[in-house]
Design a binder for this molecule. Structure first.
Ligand SMILES: Nc1ncnc2c1ncn2[C@@H]1O[C@H](COP(=O)(O)OP(=O)(O)O)[C@@H](O)[C@H]1O
Ligand SMILES: [Mg+2]
Length: 254
């Protein structure tokens, strides 16, 4: 299986308005795919359809060869998902929060202890495991969120705006952590962000979404140094983004 996520003609309509249009998305095994686009582009809506948390209005979705609308529980079991807004129990310690999530996933006893120890280490929270989460910075909470999704040892993780609200140091740390997860655990990653310069350095391929339409998709090499119809050279992802952001959606595909 080379594609871990595959959608065809995927669409979502809210109150008569299409917010995701004819989306063909492919995320390949072992890659970090940057799912980029401004606020309101349709990234979160797409992610919710990938997870079976909202139903597509049109089109097909395959995630790890499953249909999330039919097998939402199995998809949930195998895919690690970091939502835009994480929820923790503030009065519990990091370790207690992880234990609770482990139990929800059917992981108990020594096995839970081992995984909690490993994931706290993996995300750099080994010294904060016994502190209450209410004292955690946003960056630490995001790391705890990653630890939580790693508990079930997923092969694919979907991170929705994982750098949101982080300071520059926190952003660098989060980017480095995502790179490590891919390199050390061989995870496939779908990474959504509206701040592309932060994430472009670790993405193997990116898709740029604007008003529900994928306006550009490809490897960094494919996208950079393309010429526009007007002959301008797009030298960075930032150029590409600005170009497509200000052009009609779907008018041009690279
Ligand atoms: N539950 C909902 N009901 C109605 N409209 C929604 C709902 N969720 C999202 N939208 C709309 O869909 C569009 C895409 O939103 P979203 O997927 O959250 O974008 P992004 O994650 O890229 O910022 C926006 O116009 C948003 O207002
Ligand atoms: Mg969003």
């Amino acid at each position: 299986m080379s594609a871990v996520i595959h959608t065809q003609g995927l669409e979502k309509t809210y109150a008569g308005k299409k917010v995701v249009l004819e989306l063909d998305l492919e995320v390949r095994q072992g890659e970090i795919f940057g799912f980029l686009g401004p606020n309101g582009a349709g990234k979160t809506t797409t992610i919710l359809m990938l997870l079976g948390l909202t139903e597509p209005s049109n089109g097909t979705v395959r995630v790890l060869d499953m249909d999330p609308a039919r097998n939402p529980l199995e998809v949930k079991r195998q895919v690690g998902y970091l939502p835009e807004n994480m929820g923790f129990y503030p009065d519990l310690t990091a370790r207690q929060n992880l234990r609770y999530v482990a139990e929800l996933n059917g992981i108990y006893g020594n096995e839970a202890d081992r995984r909690i120890h490993d994931t706290l280490n993996q995300v750099g929270l080994e010294d904060a495991g016994d502190r209450h989460v209410q004292g955690f910075s946003r960056g630490m909470q995001q790391r705890l969120g990653i630890a939580e999704l790693l508990l079930k040892d997923p092969g694919l993780i979907i991170l929705d705006e994982p750098t949101l609200g982080l300071d520059p140091d926190g952003i660098r740390g989060m980017i480095e952590l995502i790179r490590q997860l891919r390199d050390e655990r061989g995870l496939s990653v779908l990474l959504s962000s509206h701040l592309l310069h932060q994430v472009q350095q670790i993405c193997d391929r990116v898709g740029i979404l604007n008003e529900g339409t994928m306006v550009a998709c490809g490897s960094m090499n494919e996208l950079i140094n393309q010429k526009t119809a007007e002959g301008a050279r797009l030298e960075s992802l930032e150029d590409i983004y600005m170009h497509y952001f200000h052009s009609a959606p779907a008018a041009r595909r690279l």
